[in-house]
Design a protein around this ligand. Structure first.
Ligand code: NAI
Length: 368
């Protein structure tokens, strides 16, 4: 089967390739040192990207996981989405102690189903990971509200990489309107995460030492206009503000809520952000040259072992834990910026750029 990609979105997935990829990751994890892992973890968005890597790392340590994701099953000549197959292969590899809910995480009925599951088993949740990346969320009237990946105030110009054709082109995006900013905050901000934690708490399902963790991105000067200073950045500000609020609440009982600043990786969601593929490929290249490149799995292992359940947390002035220090090394950012601003076809030959593009195919089961 050939890959089908349109505008950096995969339209198909290779089920066998995804099984091989997951098994290779599980083989790597076999050699991982143990850490004091939680017994029960709820992962919102556990089928791909950071959420799926979290699920693999935790399951390898013996954690029971419940994952909520929204994935397309195969049918009508469609292969099903990569996340659907990740879920399927995961459930085959770990036959007991885990459950998948392929349902809309925003829906009250999904929260009720998760609560019913835990109640039936008489166990409490030690860790909630919120790793959702959604393009839309139903509004109060049931109509879908959509996020906008746009800058704020000024237009953004960048270098877009179309992965399927391997062509670079200049792109310009006009600033988001106030409504688009508000909609993006509604879809990708923190209100749903807050609801998940509060709803589980009201049902008596949080253990006293529960950790509630969200993933954020800060980035450097190249990504700032489209990400952190753009509409998506406002959503991250909102997600972080809700997390700090939850932290105060949970700390009073011995738990905590944490914002983890993570590095840029290749995922379905990240490839959708204008300019990110060009930046990501150059970033991989500069990090590889300096020997500080980490795979998604290595990054997530470090998050759990050294940070969430270890003693090596580095906090920034806002109280976020920072795993993005290598990415944000000024020398790396300066090198990537210089190459990004003068980018021509030659960057496609760079080792890190090729690794980045290969990984995009691999997260969909191709070229494995
Ligand atoms: P992804 O696209 O690989 O995964 C998103 C997950 O959300 C999938 O499991 C998907 O099924 C689930 N999902 C989407 N809509 C849903 C819905 N309505 N109901 C239930 N599940 C739904 O995304 P990725 O990149 O791993 O992002 C996860 C988090 O990590 C996001 O908060 C993102 O901002 C953050 N992050 C990502 C970085 C990156 O470079 N990819 C960098 C730093 C942070």
């Amino acid at each position: 089967m050939d890959p089908k990609i349109r505008r950096n979105i995969f339209l198909n997935a290779h089920a066998d390739g995804l099984k091989k990829r997951m098994n290779a990751h599980l083989d790597m994890l076999k050699f991982s040192p143990r850490f004091n892992a939680p017994k029960h973890a709820l992962i919102i968005g556990g089928s791909s990207g950071y959420g799926f890597a979290s699920r693999l790392v935790l399951a390898n340590q013996g954690t029971h996981t419940v994952s909520v994701s929204f994935e397309k099953p195969p049918g009508n000549d469609k292969t099903g989405s990569a996340g659907y197959w990740n879920n399927t292969h995961f459930m085959t590899a770990f036959s007991t102690g885990h459950v998948d809910l392929n349902q809309d995480a925003f829906a009250a009925s999904t929260k009720a189903d998760v609560i019913a599951y835990y109640k039936e088993r008489g166990v409490t949740i030690d860790l909630i990971i919120y790793s959702l990346a959604a393009g839309a969320r139903p509004g109060a009237d049931g109509e879908l509200v959509r996020s906008a990946l746009k800058p704020i105030g000024e237009a953004y110009s960048g270098m877009h990489l179309d992965v399927a054709s391997r062509k670079l082109s200049d792109i310009t995006l006009e600033p988001a309107s106030q409504k688009e900013i508000a909609d993006t905050v509604y879809v990708m901000g923190g209100s749903d995460f807050y609801d998940w934690v509060k709803t589980c708490d009201e049902a008596g399902l949080l253990s006293d030492s529960v950790k509630a963790v969200t993933f954020s991105y800060v980035g450097g000067p190249i990504t700032k206009p489209i990400y952190r200073d753009g509409a998506l950045g406002k959503a991250k500000d909102d997600l972080e503000a809700y997390t700090y609020q939850l932290n105060e609440y949970l700390q009073a009982r011995g738990g905590e809520a944490i914002v983890a600043r993570l590095k840029a990786i290749v995922t379905k969601a990240s490839m959708f952000i204008p300019g990110i593929a060009t930046y990501g490929g150059l970033l991989f290249d500069e990090m590889m040259k300096r020997g500080v490149h980490e795979t998604t799995l290595e990054h997530v292992e470090r998050l759990f072992r050294d940070n969430l359940y270890g003693t090596q947390r580095i906090y920034d002035s806002e109280g976020r834990i920072c795993l993005d220090t290598f990415e944000l090394d000024p020398a790396i950012q300066a090198a990537v910026k210089a190459r990004f601003e003068n980018a021509g076809e030659e960057i496609l030959m760079a080792k890190g750029m090729q690794a980045f593009i290969d990984e995009f195919y691999q997260i969909n089961g191709f070229n494995i």
